[in-house]
Design a binder for this molecule. Sequence first.
Ligand SMILES: [Zn+2]
Length: 65
Amino acid sequence: MAAPLEYLDVQCPYCGETFAVEVDISAGTQQTIEDCRVCCAPAELYIRIDEEGNIVDVQVSGANT
Ligand SMILES: [Zn+2]
């Protein structure tokens, strides 16, 4: 069975462009670093996921701020 992946649109804290990231919602609340698809800068993502597997909060920040 495939992992329950969901696509999430996040806004890059550096260039302001929006790009999609893949989130494994079965992993629960997670913190990850994704490179911006546009400017390649590393954006730090904090994704809060509830017990039912819903994404309830997403925070994006620059890794060096
Ligand atoms: Zn960017």
